[in-house]
Design a protein around this ligand. Structure first.
Ligand code: MTE
Length: 319
């Protein structure tokens, strides 16, 4: 039997649903109750604060889903970013002092091109794309987000990993003065994540720099984060300062915190329940409160593209 440490209890379990849906969203949901409408199609350029630089000439990606994106407000006000607190509204409320500029990323380990690079050197040469992806959180909710980014594989190729590089490890910045959540021990800091090299090179895996055509707000992982759309959201690590190529499977934050609950692979899988709740269905953020939960798809709907990465692997054991 699992011993539940306070740190492992997710806020969604202890907070009644109405409390973490903010009041405005609750009112909107109530207003469209019964119509089955998804909110979000009504986000316009004016909804994006002026302080965020717009990316020009975005390439529309053929890998985007045709589903309607969530509103800018949903995407930027209902977040998980424990460095700013464990509540869904904490990242938006507590991240204003965080300075994502200037930014540097250190690349290390098994690669020919290692060292510390400025944001522009990492992002500069890559054409930016708009990628509309489904984001399925391990807490059984989901959103659709129009990210701005570029394939992580393009960056990896430039770094020329050696034949020993079997995994890629990622690390979020530690800056206690600007990240109040890091003063608590809810997780070990820095937040760390990892992928196999094949997952990192997969065309669906991106480094995101923006949302809705503009720079990422702090609460969404400014200035650079990972997006791996077929995995639970916790793999999509935010505000990355270090990328290392490794021979061995790297440790990951949630696996260190609760190894029986969060594995290394973390592929979205409705057939494998979390020990404390079902993964068969998901609550769609922004949908009206009476819409009910939607069935979760294997690999979050990206099975045709990624299932072959795991042939021969028992996904019940390698969860
Ligand atoms: N990255 C860091 N550094 N810290 C976090 O707490 N939370 C993860 C992931 N990346 C997290 C993180 C989880 S659980 C999810 S669901 C997604 O970020 C949420 O991304 P969003 O807030 O942009 O929707």
């Amino acid at each position: 039997m699992l011993i539940r440490k306070a740190a492992n209890i997710l806020p969604s379990e202890i907070t009644p649903e109405q409390h973490y849906l903010n009041r405005r969203r609750f009112m909107q949901s109530a207003a469209v109750a019964g119509t089955g409408l998804l909110l979000g199609s009504n986000t316009s350029a004016q909804d994006i604060p002026k302080q965020y630089r717009r990316f020009g000439n975005l390439l529309k990606s053929p890998l985007s889903t045709s589903e309607t994106p969530n509103s800018y407000e949903d995407i930027t006000s209902y977040n998980n970013f424990y460095e700013f607190g464990t509540g869904k509204e904490d990242p938006a409320e507590n991240s204003a002092a965080f300075q994502p500029k200037p930014w540097q990323v250190t690349i290390g380990g098994e690669a020919e091109q290692t060292g510390t690079f400025d944001y522009d050197d990492i992002v500069g040469p890559h054409p930016m794309e708009e990628r509309i992806y489904r984001l399925r959180c391990v807490e059984a909710w989901s959103m659709v987000v129009p990210w701005v980014g570029f394939p992580l594989g393009d960056l990896i190729k430039r770094m020329k990993p050696t034949s020993k590089a079997k995994f890629v490890a990622f690390e979020t910045i530690v800056r206690k003065s600007e990240m109040p959540g890091q003063r608590s021990r809810v997780l070990r800091w820095p937040y760390i994540e990892g992928l196999t090299i094949a997952e990192a090179m997969h065309p669906l895996t991106i480094r995101a720099t923006g949302v809705y055509g503009a720079e990422l707000p702090n609460q969404n992982g400014a200035p650079l984060r990972l997006i791996v759309p077929w995995k639970y959201g916790f793999k999509s690590i935010k505000s990355i300062v270090r990328i290392s190529f490794t021979e061995k499977q790297p440790p990951t934050s949630w696996n260190l915190s609760a190894p029986g609950e969060y594995g290394f692979y973390a592929n979205v899988n409705p057939a494998v329940d979390h020990p404390r709740w079902s993964q068969k269905r998901e609550r769609v953020i922004g949908a009206n409160l009476f819409a009910g939960k939607k069935p979760t798809l294997p690999f979050n709907g990206y099975g045709d593209q990624v299932a072959s990465l795991y042939s021969g692997l028992d996904l019940t054991r390698n969860f």
